[in-house]
Design a protein around this ligand. Sequence first.
Ligand code: ZN
Length: 357
Amino acid sequence: MIEEYEDITLKEGSEQTDDLTRLSDSQQAYLKEVNVPSEDWAKMTDEQKSDHLDVVQARIEELKVDNLEKVSSTNLLSPEMIEDLKRRLEAPNDMVQIEQVSDVLANCEEIKFENWQHLERSEKVDVLNQLETKIASIEHRPPCPITAKLRPGLWGGYNPITKTIDINRDYIDKSGKDYYFYSEIVDTLVHEGRHAYQDYNVNERIVHPRHSEVESWSDTMAGGKWGYWGDCSSELGQRLYEQQSVEIDARNFAADVISRMEDKIEDGSSHTMAKSISFEGSNDSRDIAKSELLSELSSNHIYPGTVYTDNLWGGLDSFSGNRVRDAINRARDNGSISDSTYKHLIDKLKQACHHQA
Ligand SMILES: [Zn+2]
């Protein structure tokens, strides 16, 4: 992490002024006023340091410094101060974020399916907002208000203009009864939050430790240099949409968080969401999941009728996926399968279908 910064350190006294990598002279002077030399910094208590960093941070915000590198690439502030400042301003690396976000989810009682089922829609939205506030603080970005909106055919979306996250109201309602929708809501919360993080890094301030990733996000964000906005009306359009760096990153991040969250939920039951979310899966893995699913359905006396293979993605096509989901839900409503079998079959179904998030 630190080596990255050294690579781009400008030579002292360099006359070259590049606004992208350097602070202006007046900005430098303003920051230099709050420097504390190393010897004095070492003598300060943690509380004193923290108070002083409040002042430094306020100046950085006031100056609209969008990239901490601009501060650390100069010797305006003593190296120990810079280290402490980075720790405060820079987000943890992805592995740490994944650990911390999955902790937040695993430790939230309300988000557990057993409890989630009994919440009203407004209570569900409150829980999602509380979680988003915690996730945002881990990611060192401002929290986005979450609203339940009618968004036919879409799980949800991050709006970079209003800085809000919308989640499909119908799906929130269905998530109380249907584990398939429930697990997608959790996935969507983390996925859209990651888009907010990408947007914050590209357009507000770089807090992500790997700057090269931020550059690749900026290439595809909002159409990016390809001018591609996500026309998913054709198969090619759908594939292009999914291959954008911001989408790959958001899917992987959410999948990793959910996988760690499941590891941490220690209820011993087969409470596992589909680990290989169908995006990750290949056509082969969806085909395998499909045949396993069909044999498990019949051993549980669940008969969905004729089902069809998805010629493009492998596994079940979306018509058949819906039909199977209805059949599994009916079996659960009739009490003919246990809760853990229900969750297992829904997970298997997710592995057998390609779907859009
Ligand atoms: Zn997305």
